[in-house]
Design a protein around this ligand. Structure first.
Ligand SMILES: [Zn+2]
Length: 233
């Protein structure tokens, strides 16, 4: 095999290896994401907390309502009970009474929204918990698939890598070094063919002198674009 052919073959292998590695990383990333379960669990906990807070608020409002009601009743009993003997006392109780009634109205207004919020959170929690259970079960299956896939791609990759190393061993060190440098800097393309005098890497027509040089060379030569080595197609 000529050096050019060996390099082109090595490049095919390296490109295939890069694809396998990408597949492997994709599987790895999906495994790490755990099917979005950690985020969903967090959301569940947040909603549960919101439900509890809403319930606490509801209970607090109920207690406050009861207190205010008895206070209003008590003040009304004093106001209309006939025991008040002076205007100062009457005015003070009247002021207290209207303040208590205003607070009572405010609390009454807040009770329904708090109950709605608690109920809303409860329903949301229910839906989310159901989703979590379903997703957890789906993830069990998916996880097994992914682990199997990861092992398969990993084995394939390792076998291919061995083949790659054997191929590389056959190539003179200098050519291999040049190839490796270009493969890395040129995003997986180091060697390209020249077809009808045109470099297939950069689409530039080669000067006649370059074509002659290429024909006389024992292996690929650098293209004037500097991005790749060229060889006759
Ligand atoms: Zn070129």
């Amino acid at each position: 095999m000529t050096i050019a052919k060996s390099l082109l073959s090595l490049q095919d292998t390296d490109q295939a290896l890069a694809l396998r590695r990408r597949d492997y990383r994709e599987v790895e990333t999906e495994l790490k994401s755990e099917g979005g379960l950690p985020e969903l669990r967090d959301s569940c906990e947040r909603i549960k907390k919101r439900e509890l807070e809403s319930k606490v608020e509801s209970a607090r409002l109920d207690a406050e309502l009861a207190l205010l009601k008895s206070k209003v009743t008590e003040l009304e009993a004093r106001l209309y009970g006939g025991a008040i003997t002076n205007v100062r006392e009457l005015t003070a109780i009247e002021t207290e009474h209207s303040a208590a009634r205003r607070s009572l109205a405010k609390v009454e207004e807040s009770i329904a929204p708090a109950e709605v919020a608690a109920e809303h959170a409860r329903q949301q929690y229910e839906v989310m918990t159901k989703e979590l259970v379903e997703k957890e079960s789906a993830w069990e299956t998916r996880q097994v698939e992914l682990r199997r896939e990861m092992a398969r791609v990993g084995t394939e990759f390792n076998e291919m890598l061995q083949h790659r190393n054997a191929e590389a061993e056959e190539i003179p060190a200098e050519d291999l070094a040049r190839y490796t440098r270009l493969f890395r800097s040129n995003r997986g393309i180091a060697v390209v063919r020249v077809e009808r005098g045109v470099c297939q890497g950069c689409a530039v027509r080669l000067p006649v002198g370059e074509i002659t040089r290429l024909r006389n060379a024992s292996g690929p030569i650098p293209c004037s674009c500097g991005r790749a080595l060229i060889t006759e197609g």
